[in-house]
Design a protein around this ligand. Structure first.
Ligand SMILES: C[S@@+](CC[C@H](N)C(=O)[O-])C[C@H]1O[C@@H](n2cnc3c(N)ncnc32)[C@H](O)[C@@H]1O
Length: 480
């Protein structure tokens, strides 16, 4: 019994000894349970460490949500430290090291996690080396699934070209996931920047959430000295915070853990912090860590703080755009309905009452006729048949379609709060032509039978929707 007690005691001592030894060297104790405690005190840190031994720093657990990094580009640059990956190595052993690093990261990434790798091709001994694609082969064998390749267009670059090599203005961003179910918040990065003015005439082709992001991203490289007045960023290739922000919004949430095994200036880590994520970064070069703490972390934080108002403005513009697209669709829908119906016959319709119900995409449409006799047989049925087919089925509008007689129009609008209606003439659905008061609507509709407002294919639309978009300067309608 005494011997058994001694055995337990010596095991305990061994266990604690290893644990404290590991903590002392910033290494990870691999005992289950301790790693959680370890993480609590060891996140939001930049470690001077060799990426080849990520496993000594991070517990053997799925804890990383997203890794964003740009590895050393083989022999291209000397980062000035022993044991650096790339410089002075053969291409094969460089790729072996890269594979070893990302295999350890794979094991420590959550099932729905992802990896973003910025890299580029380069010329060596007169031949182009396809570095991003060679790395991709190695990462595939670790289990990473290549989801997409994005072109990062930079505006500043080396100004020269030479025989067989044009001036380079882009790099590749490869996006990998650990499994087929990965975080991907596409709507978080939709925007309306550079949107063409066609959204006015073709609102059904534009998502109210904005334009889906393309595979070509434009971000200027941060200038030397851009982070803090006197605090120059002396790193060859700092990633722009805007680019990192886009990746973080797309594939992570607040509170997630962001990792960069080749942190350099630490712009990934600082941007993660500014967007309320946690981070762990490593790099061999201690000077970079010092630069991160002294300049990059505070200046990226300040940059994001000063952007809070801009972010609010963007959100308001996006809301305005969303509302306009929905309203445009609501007015184009009945116009198209009339146009498509007119292919089979032209109804003697006086006008179309289009009432937008409080819910975003809900419409009540009433085709107004002089009297019952003037209403074509099966009219609503025929219109419904058109409405449920493409292209109208793609408008995302839920509509009730009815007919009414001009004498009964007061019944249709009597309960409505709006005192004014807007009349849209002919095929112009994005700009009202005249306003009509509720009290005058019936009289005006009766006049319409002889009025210049009438058009057989496009009976005027009378609606509670108020739209006046200047087609020559549509961005004015998005101003807040
Ligand atoms: C392309 S740079 C990364 C730049 C970084 N993305 C930024 O925004 O500043 C590659 C970095 O890898 C680091 N590095 C090279 N070998 C390493 C190794 N074995 N372990 C950790 N870092 C290493 C270099 O010091 C360099 O800072």
């Amino acid at each position: 019994m005494q011997e058994f007690g001694q055995l337990i005691q010596s095991l305990m001592l061994k266990f604690l000894g290893t644990y404290f030894a590991c903590l002392g060297e910033n290494l990870c104790p691999t005992f289950l349970g301790l790693s959680v405690r370890y993480l609590k005190t060891n996140i939001n840190k930049y470690y001077v460490h060799d990426a080849r031994t990520v496993s000594q720093l991070l517990p053997d657990r799925e804890l990383i949500n997203v890794t964003i990094t740009s590895p050393p580009y083989w022999n291209i640059k000397d980062y000035g430290c022993d044991k650096q990956i790339g410089f002075g190595q053969s291409y094969q052993s460089y790729l072996d090291d890269i594979q070893a690093v990302f295999s350890q990261i794979y094991k420590r990434t959550k099932k729905n996690g992802s990896l973003w790798l910025v890299s580029d091709t380069f010329k060596y001994e007169g031949e182009l080396r396809l570095l991003p694609f060679d790395i991709s082969e190695r990462l595939k064998s670790c289990g990473w699934i290549l989801q997409d390749i994005i072109i990062w267009q930079k505006d500043r670059t080396l100004p020269w070209s030479h025989q067989g090599k044009l001036r380079n203005i882009f790099e590749y961003i490869a996006f990998y996931s650990k499994s087929s179910k990965f975080k991907y918040h596409a709507s978080a990065i939709k925007d309306i920047a550079d949107i063409k003015n066609y959204w006015i005439n073709y609102p059904e082709r534009y998502s109210p959430e904005g334009k889906a992001p393309s595979r070509s991203w434009h971000f200027a490289i941060p200038k030397q000295g851009s982070w803090g007045k006197n605090n120059y960023v002396r790193h060859a290739c700092p990633l722009p915070p805007g680019l990192i922000e886009r990746i973080l919004k797309l594939t992570s949430d607040k509170g997630d853990l962001v990792f960069d095994p080749f942190a350099g200036s630490g712009s990934v880590l600082a941007t993660a912090k500014a967007l309320n994520r946690n981070y762990i970064g490593i790099d061999l070069n201690k000077n970079y860590k010092d630069m991160f703490l002294k300049s990059v972390l505070p200046s990226i934080k300040a940059q994001f703080n000063s952007r809070v108002n801009i972010a609010d403005e963007n959100a308001l513009t996006m809301k305005k755009f969303r509302d306009l697209i929905v309203q445009l669709r609501c007015l184009k829908f009945p116009k198209e309905l009339s146009r498509l119906y007119s292919k089979t016959g032209i109804p003697a319709c006086l006008g179309v009452l289009v009432i937008k119900i409080a819910r975003q995409n809900e419409l009540k449409i009433q085709f107004i006729f002089k009297n019952k006799k003037a209403t074509p047989p099966n009219f609503c049925k025929d219109l419904m048949a058109i409405a449920i087919k493409s292209p109208l089925s793609k408008y995302g509008i839920s509509a009730t379609i009815e007919t009414t007689e001009v004498n009964k129009i007061d019944r249709s609008i009597g309960h409505m709060k709006s005192k004014t209606f807007f009349l849209y003439k002919g095929s112009i659905f994005y700009r009202w032509h005249m306003t009509i008061s509720k009290a005058d609507l019936k009289g005006k509709l009766q006049d319409l039978s002889n009025d210049e407002l009438r058009s057989d294919r496009f009976p005027p639309i009378i609606s509670n929707i108020k739209l006046k978009i200047d087609t020559r300067n549509p961005s004015k309608s998005l101003e807040i």
